[in-house]
Write a protein that binds this ligand. Structure first.
Ligand SMILES: NC(=O)c1ccc[n+]([C@@H]2O[C@H](COP(=O)([O-])OP(=O)(O)OC[C@H]3O[C@@H](n4cnc5c(N)ncnc54)[C@H](OP(=O)(O)O)[C@@H]3O)[C@@H](O)[C@H]2O)c1
Length: 309
């Protein structure tokens, strides 16, 4: 269950904050906090990147140890969560009374490393994922998701709302932010690969990609409307066919594969799509709805058996 965290909490309006990492995203985060009146301490491996922020009033820390001591809230935004964990592994400073929030992208295992580091150094830890570009930081429709104890998030809500209009708590399990970020990127790549495959198909027949773009956009809007119903089916482990059965989809998948082979395209993508559906049909699910295939993805790695209904 996710929770939208509002600003009407007891969190102070202009609390001091530390930003570690001043790449494109870290600079956007620090700049927004500074502009909103938060006393902002910054640290970056290459100190020159701190200069423009220092000219605006930020306080550059002399060392990573100094940065960690400068405020109760420390935000990290480096290339990846593993880079943050490697950096902090060399630091012995106590984090007592401080909360470390990691906004770097990374794996859930790396988030676990950071949680362990914060714990060993008597500090608190939340992991986060920024679902926005640097230019969107601070905008009302920007979203940052967080995972870890909600009680750690609420005291910093006012500060964190400077960075994104929507502040979503995913759950107490600190792995969730990294998993949601990876899932979202997987969705994006799947959709964009599908679009590019479609353009390869129609341009191979002499048409133009621009013909497909508005049709694809309309289709994506329709597909977006199906997601909640599919999610409900997955959560209930019950997959009635509300429109086309999986067998109907499989027949159309065979058409896509045949067209791609006839036009000399790389058939790997439509072949994979059909193979997954064929496996589900072979397991007796041809008359079920499309979402029944989720068990094929689970079974592929056998890591997470479906929860009991
Ligand atoms: N940019 C986006 O659109 C976007 C969107 C959502 C999420 N994110 C995530 O935000 C994070 C930062 O992205 P970015 O665009 O700011 O990347 P970036 O511009 O490449 O900046 C990388 C930062 O990491 C630092 N760094 C790298 N290796 C280091 C090390 N070994 N020790 C200390 N510092 C090190 C760099 O320091 P130096 O300056 O010294 O090299 C720099 O501050 C990434 O995890 C990214 O996935 C970015």
């Amino acid at each position: 269950m996710t929770t939208e965290i509002s600003t009407d909490t007891d969190s102070p309006a202009h609390a001091p904050v530390v930003v570690i990492g001043l790449g494109a995203m870290g600079r956007a985060l620090a700049g927004k906090l500074l502009g909103a009146g938060h006393p902002t301490t910054v640290w970056n491996r290459s100190p020159d990147k701190a200069r423009p922020l220092a000219e605006r009033g930020a306080r550059p820390a002399d060392s990573i140890e100094g940065a960690l001591q400068a405020a109760p809230l420390v935000i990290t935004c480096l290339t990846s969560t593993d880079v943050v964990a490697d950096l902090l592994d060399q630091v012995t400073t106590s984090l007592s009374g401080r909360t470390l929030i990691n906004l770097s992208s990374g794996t859930s295992a790396a988030a676990g490393r950071l949680a362990g580091w914060a714990d060993r150094h008597d500090g608190a830890f939340l992991d986060g994922a920024i679902l926005a570009s640097p230019g969107e930081i601070g905008e009302p429709d920007a979203t940052i998701v967080y995972s870890g104890p909600e009680s750690l998030l609420r005291p910093h809500a006012a500060t964190l709302h400077r960075l994104a209009g929507t502040l979503t708590h995913l759950g107490d399990d600190h792995r969730l932010a990294a998993l949601v970020e990876a899932a979202g990127l997987g969705l994006m790549w799947g959709a964009l690969d599908g679009f590019l495959y479609g353009t390869a198909l129609i341009t191979a027949a002499g048409s133009r990609a621009e013909t497909f773009a508005p049709l694809a956009a309309a289709e994506l809007r329709i597909i977006a409307g199906w997601l909640e119903g599919y999610a409900n089916q997955v959560d209930a482990a019950d997959y009635p066919s509300l429109d086309g059965t999986l067998d109907v989809h499989r027949a159309a998948m065979a058409n896509l594969l045949a067209e791609s082979e006839a036009l000399g395209l790389d058939p790997a993508l439509p072949r994979l799509i059909k193979e997954v559906a064929d496996r589900a049909a072979a397991a007796g699910h041809g008359e079920h709805g499309f979402a029944v295939q989720v068990d094929q993805f689970r079974a592929a790695r056998a890591l997470n058996p479906p929860p009991a209904p």
